[in-house]
Design a protein around this ligand. Structure first.
Ligand code: URA
Length: 428
């Protein structure tokens, strides 16, 4: 192998790595032979110089293979999953895992925690008393065999290279690189041993990707990387200029997921679930057309099967849905003038919920799951002066401190903004 310093120099000078150079770098890093300062220099060189598609695929593969891949030998059903780059109020994973498990596929979903202002699937599920998100690989496979779906955190054996590299990128201003993001996301998902993956790349004020151009670039790169690595993938670029559904926060999002699994979900959330789920059923040939995929999924949301599957999954993971899941006292945020709801600063809302105690400010800190928000008006709708725009669930003293900041997250104008389009693009 070339010494790490020469590999770093090649990228610094804008060169292209071979597959074996990348493998050597990643393997050396996990083994402790390539040091943090060398990996940080390399990550910065990648940020500035970029990577080709073939380098991105090699990096993804090396990081994925740095740990264990879940084994499904002899398992009769195809494995599918979805990944979202993170949005305010996006609880679609909670719905998709049990819904798809009712449709002849299984879902070994390894999910994450809150990142920045966006919520995390694991934190939402932990608002259910007793729910375990730290399953071993053996427990995970056992539940998938029995129930067809599971939602849990990554085990320490899955993609360890990503865990180490992500922590380094976080403190060296190297998170922003699209090839590094693609390899990081995909290495964890491919370790699930999937046949198909649906990607939801969020775009807008409340998202990691602020512009459609960057969201499209990431979506295309991830789909092509999956193709090179033999996994069918599709990606949607979806709007994150307002929360998905009405609820934001841990307990209230679980409640909205339960409503959606009972066939009474808000239209944007249902649309997102049908689009992502439909792509997966088509990808593994469990449906013949987009229309039939949507019809199958919609039926399972309305006939109680998806809800029953969610209950089974929660019980298998130790959760007790019948135990109380309290919500804090509601406080209204009202319009200070008449007009149209023109913009919602999702990041500000996410940060406000964190400041209220509904999210973390340090790794591993406890969360008050009872904190949340309900959006009462959607973008572009007309509003009267003093009309309630949102309801925040928070302890009174904490609410007094944060209320003025929260009010400025809602922008009212004389004319409506262009009508929001939920699914901006689909990439195959
Ligand atoms: N999420 C990930 O898992 N990795 C990144 O690099 C960015 C977001």
């Amino acid at each position: 192998m070339l010494p790490p310093v020469q590999i770093i120099a090649r990228k610094r000078d804008g060169g292209e790595h071979t597959r074996s150079e990348i493998a050597a770098l990643v393997e050396g890093y996990v083994a402790g032979e390539v040091h943090d300062h060398q990996m940080a220099a390399w990550a910065m060189a990648v940020c500035l110089r970029g990577m080709t598609e073939s380098e991105t695929a090699a990096l993804t593969e090396s990081m994925w293979r740095s740990g264990v891949t879940l084994q499904w030998d002899g398992h009769p059903l195809p494995r599918v999953d979805k990944h979202s780059t993170g949005g305010i109020g996006d609880k679609s994973s909670l719905i998709l895992a049990p819904l798809l498990a009712c449709c002849g596929v299984c879902v070994p979903m390894v999910a994450g925690r809150a990142l920045g202002a966006t919520g995390g699937t694991l934190d939402k599920l932990e608002s259910i008393p007793g729910f375990r998100t730290n399953l071993s690989a053996r427990e995970l496979s056992g539940i998938v065999e029995r129930i067809g779906c599971v939602i849990t955190g990554a085990t320490s054996e899955m993609a360890p290279a990503d865990r180490k590299l992500y922590a380094l990128r976080d403190v060296t201003a190297t998170v922003e690189s699209i090839p590094l993001i693609a390899a990081s996301i995909l290495s964890k998902k491919l370790a699930e041993g999937l046949d198909a993956l649906a990607l939801d790349v969020k775009c807008g004020a409340g998202a990691f990707m602020k512009t459609v151009a960057r969201a499209r670039e990431l979506a295309q790169l991830m789909v092509r990387t999956c193709e090179r690595l033999g996994v069918r993938a599709t990606a949607l670029v979806t709007d994150m200029n307002q929360p998905t559904g009405r609820m934001v926060g841990n307990t209230v999002e679980v409640n909205e997921a339960l409503e959606t699994l009972s066939g009474r979900g808000p239209s944007d959330l249902v649309e997102l679930v049908l689009a992502l789920g439909g792509d997966l059923l088509l990808g593994v040939k469990r449906a013949e057309s987009v229309q039939s995929a949507r019809a199958i999924l919609s039926q399972k949301l309305h006939n109680g099967q998806a809800l029953e599957k969610f209950r089974e999954m929660v019980a298998a993971q130790g959760g007790a849905l019948d135990r109380p899941r309290p919500i804090e006292t509601p406080h209204l945020v009202c319009a200070d003038r008449a007009g149209f709801l023109f913009a919602i600063h999702g990041e500000q809302i996410g940060q406000a919920l964190i400041a209220l105690g509904g999210g973390r400010t340090s790794i591993g800190a406890p969360i008050n799951h009872a904190i949340g928000m309900e959006l009462l008006v959607r973008l572009a709708e007309p509003v009267e002066r003093e009309q309630p725009l949102a309801r925040f669930f928070a302890p009174a003293d904490a609410w007094q401190r944060i209320a003025p900041t929260v009010r400025s997250a809602f922008c009212i104008a004389d004319a409506p903004p262009p009508a929001p389009v939920l699914i901006a693009e689909r990439i195959q």
